[in-house]
Design a protein around this ligand. Structure first.
Ligand code: ADP
Ligand code: MG
Length: 233
């Protein structure tokens, strides 16, 4: 049986935890004693101007950089994992959406989404069926021959489907609507913030767009290396 079914049965309630996170680039302390706890079903938006460390925070949650402190994803500290274990853990528990979707243009939307399932060990039949189901649920035409014929909004919906195909406990999004016009931004943001309750995961969105952030259950700001609730700024 596919392993994501198993991980579903042993689902944890905390999707992501940063504990005493410290990260320095050169002589600049990007994060100093930063903490965050994100539960399954919850959405958190982290805001900050360009250069404040939003993308680096996403990199910490993905295990792409090595900060001091604890980064717990689905109950396990990923800072202690070796490369292979980390890759497996990330594939099983974490989905991510970037600003420009980062789809493979040679593949159809269905293939883009199914590939992520195949890489995590799903069978071909299962991956393609799940991809079609997800794309339909997210409002993307599954008959599209190429991602190039999709609108910007449909491309980001495809990126969301790809991020969800392995039933992650944690969904990360880095400026997910940054490349969209206002109408598409609103529809993609609406969809994204439905994800935690529809697909039972925690959602961390980093954005400089107040209108997007306002849809989250909690809005935090990166200030002086830590996360502050908006009302205190
Ligand atoms: P944001 O996403 O909020 O715009 P980033 O997390 O991309 O911010 O970057 C935060 C700061 O860290 C910026 O000053 C950026 O120049 C710097 N930075 C990010 N990645 C690197 C890197 N690999 N090497 C050097 N500096 C970096
Ligand atoms: Mg960024």
């Amino acid at each position: 049986m596919a392993k994501h079914t198993v991980s579903n049965e042993t689902r944890v309630s905390t999707a992501l935890e940063f504990e005493s996170l410290e990260y320095t680039i050169g002589d600049r302390t990007l994060f100093g004693d930063l903490g965050l706890r994100l539960t399954v079903g919850e959405s958190v938006a982290v805001m900050g101007p360009s250069g404040s460390g939003k993308s680096t925070l996403i990199s910490c949650a993905l295990g792409l950089v090595s900060p001091q402190g604890v980064v717990r994803v689905a109950g396990s500290d990923i800072t202690r994992m070796r490369r292979r274990e980390l890759a497996r853990h990330r594939g099983a528990h974490t989905g991510v959406v970037f600003q420009f979707g980062e789809l493979l243009p040679e593949l159809t939307p269905v293939e883009n989404v199914a590939l992520a399932g195949l890489l995590s060990g799903a069978s071909r039949g299962e991956a393609y069926e799940d991809a079609r189901t997800l794309l339909t649920e997210l409002g993307v035409p599954t008959a599209a021959r190429s991602t190039g014929t999709l609108s910007g909004g449909e491309r980001q919906r495809t990126a969301v489907a790809r991020a969800l195909i392995n039933k992650p406990v944690l969904l990360l999004a880095d400026e997910p609507t940054g490349a969209l016009d206002d109408a598409n931004r609103d529809s993609v943001a609406d969809l994204l913030f439905q994800v935690p309750s529809r697909w039972e995961c925690g959602l961390l969105v980093v954005t400089h767009d107040e209108q997007v952030a306002n849809r989250a259950d909690r809005v935090l700001r990166l200030v002086d290396g830590g996360l502050r609730t908006r009302s205190t700024v």
